[in-house]
Design a protein around this ligand. Structure first.
Ligand SMILES: Cc1cc2nc3c(=O)[nH]c(=O)nc-3n(C[C@H](O)[C@H](O)[C@H](O)COP(=O)(O)OP(=O)(O)OC[C@H]3O[C@@H](n4cnc5c(N)ncnc54)[C@H](O)[C@@H]3O)c2cc1C
Length: 263
């Protein structure tokens, strides 16, 4: 089985703070990690390879330091890593990101399965998986929490719904987006991690020219959407202290709660 796993490097926080002046993420002082959902994707890919044979390729689009995320994925058992890094990719919206990842997958060649996380903790759109599947014209199953069966030409998976689940049979090649219920990701092995860090293991770095794309098709210029403004809502708490004897204060409080239709 040839499996491609999409791995995003994200800031290690669920409370991403924005610079109020520029609207950009404040990344200083925040460590980068593999997006949590992507660890489940990596674990799923590596354990499928262990059971069915084949090869796992991790692809990440990001700045040069995103190579650390790929190295860690290789420490977990991924065989080959590809970093898509080019100034031309900067400012990509989800479409431009999916297009670039799709082009890289086409360059990798034949695959049976693409596995990615359901959602990234920074961008938070959950659009990349579905858009990559759409670009490559392969079926997709989202919110997968169980991979039941893999056959030569198909796969049976369970996808989580708000109040239950669906059991889905899907032809291959296909794309899955996965959630945390799926498995318990393994820790990277130190020797594999060292091999990746010492560049003994193969991590390729591809730019726009390597993908055969025009600069106008990727990054900010290839984006179909533009963020006009990003902001965190201002929290303005207005406190009021009621003074007097208990009976008066309770009466006043009840009056205010009724006035504001809170009771
Ligand atoms: C208009 C616009 C402009 C933007 N400009 C910038 C910008 O200037 N700089 C910037 O850093 N971001 C920018 N972004 C955010 C960027 O587009 C998203 O971070 C990116 O497209 C991924 O979307 P997401 O984080 O919501 O991923 P999701 O769709 O939530 O991720 C789902 C899964 O897709 C895979 N995946 C997602 N992203 C990648 C990746 N890069 N490589 C490999 N796999 C991946 C992972 O498996 C992940 O779990 C912009 C977004 C918009 C809408």
């Amino acid at each position: 089985m040839n499996i491609i796993v999409l791995v995003k490097q994200v800031p290690d926080t669920t409370e991403v703070k924005l610079d109020p002046k520029t609207g950009n993420l404040i990344r200083e002082g925040i460590e980068s990690i593999i997006n949590p959902d992507d660890r489940y994707a990596i674990e799923a890919a590596v354990s499928l390879k262990e059971r069915h044979g084949g090869k796992v390729t991790a692809i990440s689009m990001g700045p040069p330091q995103a190579i650390d995320a790929i190295s860690e994925a290789m420490g977990m058992g991924v065989d080959q890593g590809i970093l898509l890094s080019d100034k031309a990719f900067a400012g990509a919206d989800t479409w431009a990101t999916s297009f670039t990842l799709g082009k890289a997958i086409e360059k990798v060649g034949e695959f049976d399965l693409i596995i990615c996380g359901r959602q990234a903790i920074d961008g938070d759109t959950a659009q990349i998986g579905p858009q990559v599947a759409d670009y490559l014209d392969v079926p997709q199953v989202t919110y997968v929490f169980d991979i039941e069966k893999v056959e030569e030409d198909g796969i049976v998976v369970k996808r989580r719904l708000e109040d239950g689940f669906e059991r889905i049979q899907c032809s291959l090649p296909a794309l899955l987006t996965v959630i945390g219920e799926l498995n318990e990701p393994r820790y990277p092995l130190v020797d594999r991690l060292l091999d990746a860090c010492k560049e003994k293991a193969p991590i390729a770095v591809w730019n726009a020219a390597d993908l055969g794309v025009q600069v106008s098709e990727v990054g900010l210029s290839g984006s179909l959407t533009q963020v006009i403004k990003t902001f965190a809502p201002k929290v303005e708490r207005q406190g009021q202290i009621l003074e007097g004897d208990t009976q008066t204060v309770v009466g006043e409080l009840l009056g205010k709660l009724k006035e504001n239709r809170l009771i």
